[in-house]
Design a protein around this ligand. Structure first.
Ligand SMILES: [Zn+2]
Length: 140
């Protein structure tokens, strides 16, 4: 299954130039497993997200399930993930910024939640082709 997740992620990356992680339900496997590849592979088995900060951040989220769509959502600035690796050893990681956002997104997949259902309001949808415009609006 991890190999399948790896191949799917790499194919997506080749095609769209983006993609850092994937959750098992995205390839039809109903297991609580997240596969992440940033510099090196990382497997999160039966992850639990906790210590979610009260402080939130607004981000434009994307998803392999809808590659051309961006959705503005709120995510916790920091959180902690507890998980097992492939050798069934317990680990925990404190997350902030990009990683916090990414793993909240993937964790949502395990709960059957897509970023589109976390959209802040009806103006929170944009096509990737509009991204330049969004970035400009955001830097103001
Ligand atoms: Zn996704």
């Amino acid at each position: 299954m991890v190999n399948d997740l790896h191949d799917t992620l790499m194919n997506f990356k080749k095609r769209y130039g983006a993609g850092r992680a994937i959750a098992a339900p995205q390839i039809g496997v109903m297991k609580r497993l997240i596969y992440m590849y940033i510099d090196e592979p990382k497997v999160f088995i039966n992850p639990i997200l906790n210590h979610r900060s009260k402080e939130m951040m607004v981000v434009w989220d994307d998803c392999m399930c809808f590659p051309d769509l961006l959705v503005k959502v709120e995510r916790h600035k920091t959180c902690r993930i507890c998980y097992r690796d492939l050798d069934w050893c317990d680990h925990e990681m404190n997350l902030e910024g990009d990683l916090s956002e990414l793993l909240q997104h993937e964790y949502d997949h395990l709960e059957g939640i897509l970023a589109v259902s976390r959209a802040i309001d009806r103006h929170s949808f944009a096509l990737r082709s509009q991204k330049k415009f969004i970035d400009r609006a955001y830097s103001r």
